[in-house]
Design a protein around this ligand. Structure first.
Ligand code: ADP
Ligand code: MG
Length: 406
């Protein structure tokens, strides 16, 4: 896919021009404390390049899910403070999205200044299904950067959304892919393409089979091994005929899992043992159960030690690894061993020269919660839903809108 990039924009020259950057600054908050600034850190390089080239940078982003109206609890104020630290320069925060304060501040910008607009989802037009409403918000954003302005799409986590600040504004201004979007697309193209190095192993986990169905369909034919852990494994185990007690189960997916096992049984590896807990709690009592024997009571909250060892052997020997979804309820220390074992095996493979990609918000959080360094993996994707949709081969509106027709 041919897109214009930040490099092209910088070559065109941005000194004195207004440049609107859509970033993904949707960080987890506890009160007004940012608990994981990963997305802010990842967004800084593109902004820095524009600042250093003398652009008047206006950043737009969302935080959480406000209901289309201002919500002080979801103000970008803590993000502005953290972004200022990351950039090493003051970031002004507008008091509104495209209102009088944003306009006045935009007009007052001098070269190299950075203005962050208030949470774009405070404006209901951002996520409207009505094309005209979204176009209206996009036009107001264009007004902020002026007639010779440009748009840089750098929020990979939102490129699968047809929203005003992602899609419509890219139609209204000369549009470029920022460094983060360009990197994510390069990495995912490697994983999705036919020239990935083998052995190629995929690790899936997390809660729902239904969330990961399309990615199984897309990747199973391309990989050597697809190991499945987490809550989603129990629907597969049930499909094989074993009882799974009160484990996470999607009854309506059992037939689908049977069909996947029929077609891809040679690549799909399921847990042969699991950690069964008497309750969903950090202090639950646990037993290790062989999945072939099944169990009538309790819930499986992690893959068992035998499975961790088998999965680790496969993963350590791989040359390409994609990991999405924790292998167990890693949030509770008692059920974190599976996820830790998988993560460490992928880190080992990476140290041996493999190309490894972690996708999925909770998987990325697990890496950090388990104290593993980001550098232990080749790439940690900032976009959970977007990276899955890319791998599924779906069209992402925020990317296709950047495409330059030959
Ligand atoms: P990601 O965001 O990486 O795509 P998901 O959102 O699909 O991952 O799933 C993450 C959640 O799955 C975690 O909160 C984790 O606790 C949960 N999970 C993993 N294994 C189990 C299990 N055996 N039973 C219930 N929940 C599980
Ligand atoms: Mg998740």
């Amino acid at each position: 896919m041919a897109v214009r990039t930040l490099t092209d924009l910088l070559a065109d020259g941005v000194e004195g021009r207004g440049v609107l950057v859509r970033s993904d600054l949707n960080v987890p908050l506890e009160g007004s404390t940012i608990t994981d600034a990963g997305r802010i850190v990842a967004s800084a390089p593109t902004i820095t390049k524009l600042v250093e080239a003398g652009a008047k940078v206006i950043v737009t982003a969302h935080l959480g899910r406000p209901k289309g109206e201002p919500d002080p609890a979801l103000s970008l104020a803590p993000v502005a403070t953290r972004l200022s630290q990351e950039l090493g320069r003051n970031v002004q925060l507008a008091g509104d999205v495209v209102g009088s304060d944003a306009l006045a501040r935009a007009e007052g910008l001098t070269d190299g200044d950075v203005l962050l607009l208030e949470n774009i989802r405070f404006d209901p037009r951002e996520t409207s299904k009505d094309d005209a409403e979204r176009a209206q918000l996009a036009a107001a954003l264009v007004e902020l950067v002026g007639d010779d302005g440009a748009f840089v799409s750098d929020g990979f986590g939102v490129v699968h959304r047809k929203q005003a600040s992602v899609y419509d504004v890219a139609k209204a201004l000369p549009a470029y892919a920022g460094d983060l979007v360009a990197t994510e697309v390069d990495v995912l193209a490697k994983i999705a393409g036919d020239d990935a190095q083998h052995p190629y192993a995929v690790v899936l986990g997390g809660s729902k089979v239904s969330d990961k169905l399309a990615v199984i369909e897309a990747l199973a034919p391309k990989v050597d091994t697809l190991v499945i852990g987490g809550g989603m494994a129990f629907t597969f185990i049930k499909a094989q005929g074993s009882a799974v007690g009160d484990s996470l189960l999607q009854e309506d997916m059992i037939d689908t899992c049977k069909d996947l096992l029929d077609r891809f049984g040679d690549v799909i590896h399921l847990p042969h043992d699991v950690v069964v807990a008497d309750k969903f709690a950090p202090d639950a009592s646990t037993t290790i159960v062989n999945t072939a024997d099944g169990f009538d009571e309790g819930m499986g909250l992690d893959i068992g030690p035998g499975t961790v060892e088998r999965f680790a052997t496969v993963l350590t020997g791989a040359k390409t690894v994609f990991w999405n979804g924790p292998s167990g309820v890693f949030e509770f220390e008692k059920f974190a061993a599976g996820t830790r074992g998988v993560a460490e095996a992928i880190a080992q493979a990476t140290a041996n020269g493999a190309f490894s990609v972690v996708g999925g918000g909770d998987s990325a959080a697990a890496v950090r919660a388990l104290g593993l360094a980001d550098e232990a993996f080749s790439h940690i994707s900032t976009g959970g839903g977007a990276s899955l949709e890319y791998l599924e081969g779906k069209e992402l509106p925020g990317l296709s809108v950047l495409e330059v027709k030959p």
